[in-house]
Write a protein that binds this ligand. Structure first.
Ligand code: AMP
Ligand code: GLY
Length: 423
């Protein structure tokens, strides 16, 4: 099979690394990719926003299958256009990608199909939103409706904070994403991420993970795209997984199909495990970054036939086997991230991968044949271990061997699980 992978982050490096191990693979291309992905794929400079150019490239190289990593091309309808051109594609249609692209869309789906989530209202102007907040009281959650790079959510502990967040949204802090606002009940509990494939009819549960969104140790400081993750998430017991499938994933699959937007791709469900059980915080319609890195480390099965079955409606014929070990990834980021940071800082050394540990590339590039950091999140040091505690020790041992002066990382990735394992 000839495969084209779209994307350039740590997530796509992990996908490329796994796909490259498939005996079914004849050739792997990545657009635009990164220097880590170049170890497994031929990099192609394609403008991914130009769907005709992607299709022309796929035809020219006789690509059998396109795997789309990030959300932006999905929300822009790249999967629809590829499929219309007769090319099998992993990733949902533009209509189904609204599950990530519009929080209001997802909340309305939950309301229609009785999927547990926080009570909510949608607003197109500030005053009625503020009245609703005053009536509900704090804590309460204010969300820009559209894609806001993870920054459109305010968990307001006071009414004043909530009112200010509403003004921010309607004053254009998140551009068009904030033209509509969702006000949502605060859910109290432990968060977990759940990953599940669907071909529109069948669901295949993958694995669970926990992310660390804040930049600082002890979950302090501003939100980021994710500073590290581990899998599995201990809060997601077998019972919780079963309930999530029944109460959240299955009604989503049947509801989307009933509404004429069958979902094909990966559900990345952000859950709050409350006293009542699993409740949906949000859906993403692609793998998490860096959650994908820990999932791929733990996946024993060949990834390629699983993704292909998802894309071609044959998910009932495949299964996914997982290692019993835990996996943990530590993000090395440029000093200053998520604020301003220097670009093109030199990375002098990345240690070799072993069977148990690997450094994935995210925001790296080659400049005059030297590896440099170009992004905020730059490297994902990922390791396996019998426990999260052991995976954490392996990951930090490897991270400490990376030579990159402008890099930093959190030193406590996995702390909740480590504390549980000690107890
Ligand atoms: P989101 O971008 O929707 O994932 O929200 C970002 C973060 O805000 C989540 O990871 C949660 O930590 C928090 N959050 C979102 N919605 C709620 C809610 N209804 N109750 C409590 N926390 C929330
Ligand atoms: N790590 C969170 C995300 O990929 O959205």
């Amino acid at each position: 099979m000839k495969v084209l992978l779209i994307g350039s982050g740590g997530r796509e490096h992990a996908l490329a690394w796994k796909i490259a191990q498939s005996p079914l693979l004849d050739a792997l291309y990545a657009a635009p990719g990164n220097p880590g992905i170049a170890d497994h794929a031929t990099l192609v400079q394609l403008n991914v926003e130009d769907h005709a150019a992607v299709i022309a490239f796929a035809k020219e190289k006789a690509i059998d299958f396109v795997v789309i990593g990030p959300e932006a091309p999905l929300v822009a309808g790249l999967a629809d256009d590829l499929r219309a051109a007769g090319i099998a594609t992993f990733g949902p249609s533009k209509a189904a990608a609204q599950l990530e692209g519009s929080k209001g869309f997802t909340k309305d789906l939950c309301a229609r199909y009785d999927i547990p989530t926080g009570a909510y209202q949608r607003f197109k102007s500030a005053e009625p939103a503020k009245d609703y907040v005053r009536a509900q009281g704090a804590p309460i959650v204010i969300k820009a409706d559209g894609l806001a790079a993870g920054k459109g959510v305010t968990v307001a502990m006071t009414e004043a904070e909530a009112l200010a967040a509403i003004d921010d949204c309607f004053d254009g802090a998140f551009g068009a994403a904030g033209a509509e606002v969702v006000v949502e009940a605060f859910l109290d509990g432990e968060e977990a991420s759940f990953f599940c494939l669907s071909d529109g009819k069948t669901a295949l549960a993958l694995a669970t993970a926990q992310d660390h969104k804040r930049v600082g140790d002890g979950d302090t400081g501003p939100n980021t795209g994710g500073m590290g993750a581990y899998s599995p998430a201990p809060v997601m017991t077998a019972t919780m997984v079963e309930r999530t499938m029944k109460e959240i994933i299955e009604p989503t699959i049947s509801g989307m199909a009933k509404d004429g937007n069958p979902f094909s791709g990966v559900f990345f469900a952000g859950l709050m495990i409350t006293a009542k059980g699993p409740e949906l915080i949000e859906y993403n319609v692609r793998f998490g970054d860096p959650e994908c890195q820990v999932l791929m480390m733990r996946l024993k099965s060949d990834l390629l036939p699983i993704l292909y079955a998802t894309a071609t409606g044959t998910l009932d014929r495949v299964d996914a086997e997982w290692r019993d070990e835990a996996a943990l990834t530590v993000v090395l980021a440029s000093k200053g991230y998520p604020g301003a940071y220097d670009k093109n800082t030199p990375i002098a050394h990345i240690p070799e991968a072993t069977e148990e540990a690997k450094v994935f590339h995210a925001g790296t590039a080659l400049k005059d044949d030297r590896l440099v950091a170009t992004g905020g999140r730059v490297l994902n040091v990922t390791a396996l271990g019998k426990t999260v505690t052991e995976a954490q020790a392996h990951a930090y041992a490897l991270a400490d061997r990376v030579e990159w002066e402008n890099g930093f990382c959190r030193r406590d990735i996995g702390w909740q699980a480590v504390a549980r394992e000690k107890a």
